[in-house]
Ligand binder design. Structure first.
Ligand SMILES: *[C@@H]1O[C@H](CO)[C@@H](O)[C@H](O)[C@H]1NC(C)=O
Ligand SMILES: *[C@@H]1O[C@H](CO)[C@@H](O)[C@H](O)[C@H]1NC(C)=O
Ligand SMILES: *[C@@H]1O[C@H](CO)[C@@H](O)[C@H](O)[C@H]1NC(C)=O
Length: 430
């Protein structure tokens, strides 16, 4: 770990991309449209294809062709020890007192080639995502939603604390931050009390957000084998913010007995920079306490198995003022991503490099910390006041939702995710 937190690259106050972070993403530029890997630092990013072409990383003995690929899968597949040494190498290259000044600090020509203002780059989905599984490990969220649907006595199913509940999501509709999201059409039961129960076809009227974290895998397992919990940490490449948009009215009608389907598959937005698992190590903390005796395959030695990440969600109506509608924290999870992986693979399901897991909605237990509008508006019974007038129960067309997530302090260097944002477009006329 580089001891110096100062960089010769200007890192503006409040930047999520300090020397302590160095997240990886996929960029393209107007002068070079081929997507390629980069690392974010301050308001800049380092084009790793250009930088590795200058002979950088040669001391590490790694295959630098991974930095000429349009996704991070091949880099991820090199494994966590390699991610760690590449990040350390870059921390030294960017340190004010670098041991390697010729590598970049003292080479202006090379800087002009490969150190690019982030305002000039287009970000892409950073991984080829073969499969996406969405879990439901945010116990407070599961409880709040369970109360709305079944009342407090039956809010959590008896199995909830024994296993990380999940369902198979769609990888095909995962988009990078900034991509607009089209409001889905679908079947809705307008009046649940009426008999017979006959749905109408309509644009979703209860369009919601879900505040989640996403984790990417850097290692797979063969079909018929499982990932032991003690090894699961080696499989996790890094993390992004995830807004797993939800059509609550479509979901209410379709989800029993096999779970959500069209209510979730129309879009999921992720932040573009993958914060490496190593960068989050200092921010490990304990999750939601529990007194359930877990089966051995889910018992984790590490008690600090989740992360202290400050999370925030803002809504900005078209042409309007921004309102922060909630603040939460990554610690509000009952199960860790390692437990999700151990569980997902215990029956022999194969995982692959690039697969993504969603944590489930991350809600705190206090008012103002709920990770969805469904919870804040108590199932659409109450309104959320917006700055500059206006109110919401659910999202309107033109609304932009932005999630932020950050760890640490200014002094030791912030480790953040940047933003995960998307604007709602009207449903198509069908
Ligand atoms: C700067 O880097 C380029 C590309 O590696 C190299 O050709 C050049 O000699 C370097 N200049 C100095 C002054 O080190
Ligand atoms: C959990 O338990 C409930 C109640 O026993 C049951 O209806 C449900 O199918 C079980 N499975 C899941 C994944 O909730
Ligand atoms: C519950 O707590 C124990 C003891 O800290 C821990 O080993 C176990 O993994 C926890 N269970 C869950 C579901 O997180």
């Amino acid at each position: 770990m580089a001891s110096s937190t100062k960089s010769w690259v200007l890192i503006p106050k409040g930047s999520h991309f300090s020397l302590a972070n160095l997240p990886f993403g996929i960029i393209s530029t107007s002068s070079k449209s081929t997507p390629r890997p980069a690392v974010a630092i301050g308001d800049h990013c380092l084009d790793l294809q250009e930088f590795s072409a200058s002979g950088a990383f040669s001391s590490l003995g790694i295959d630098v062709s991974v930095f000429s690929k349009p996704t991070l899968n091949d880099f991820a597949a090199l494994g966590r020890p390699v991610h760690r040494s590449v990040r350390k190498y870059l921390q030294d290259v960017f340190a004010e007192s670098t041991s390697n000044p010729q590598a970049l600090r003292d080479n202006k020509t090379l800087q002009e080639k490969c150190l690019i203002p982030r305002s000039e780059v287009t970000m892409h989905v950073p991984m080829h995502i073969g499969d996406y599984t969405d879990f439901y490990a945010g116990k407070n969220h599961a409880f709040n939603v369970g109360c709305l649907f079944r009342g407090p006595d039956n809010a959590l199913q008896p199995n909830y604390t024994h296993l990380p509940v999940g369902y198979h999501g769609r990888a095909s509709s995962i988009v990078v931050s900034g991509t607009p999201i089209t409001r889905p059409n679908g079947q809705i039961l307008e009046n649940p009390a009426a008999t017979p129960k006959v749905p109408t076809f309509s644009p979703c009227k209860r369009l919601d957000i879900e505040l989640e974290l996403g984790a990417f895998l850097c290692k797979g397992n063969k079909m018929g084998t499982n990932v032991p919990i003690s090894e699961a940490a080696d499989y996790i490449f890094g993390f992004v913010l995830l807004n797993d948009w939800s059509a609550r009215d479509i979901q209410a009608w379709e989800y029993v007995p096999l779970g959500p389907f069209l209510s979730k598959s129309f879009g999921s937005t992720i932040s573009p920079w993958i914060v490496l698992t190593d960068a989050l190590e200092p921010f490990r903390c304990t999750g939601i306490p529990n007194d359930t005796q877990l089966l051995p395959y889910l018992q984790e030695k590490e008690e600090k198995n989740v992360y202290d990440i400050k999370l925030q969600v803002d809504i900005t109506p078209e042409g309007g003022e921004t309102t922060t509608i909630l603040k939460s924290n990554g610690r509000h999870l009952l199960f860790s991503f390692a437990q999700m992986l151990a569980h997902h693979s215990i029956g022999g399901c194969p995982m692959a490099v690039g697969d993504m897991f969603g944590s489930g909605t991350i809600s705190g237990s206090e008012p103002g910390t709920e990770g969805s509008m469904l919870e804040i508006s108590k199932g659409g019974k109450e309104t959320i006041a917006l700055n500059g007038g206006g109110e919401r129960k659910f999202l309107q067309d033109g609304d932009t939702v932005t999630i932020y997530g950050v760890c640490g302090t200014e002094e030791s260097g912030l480790v953040g995710f940047g933003e995960c944002t998307g604007q709602i477009l009207p449903a198509p006329k069908i």
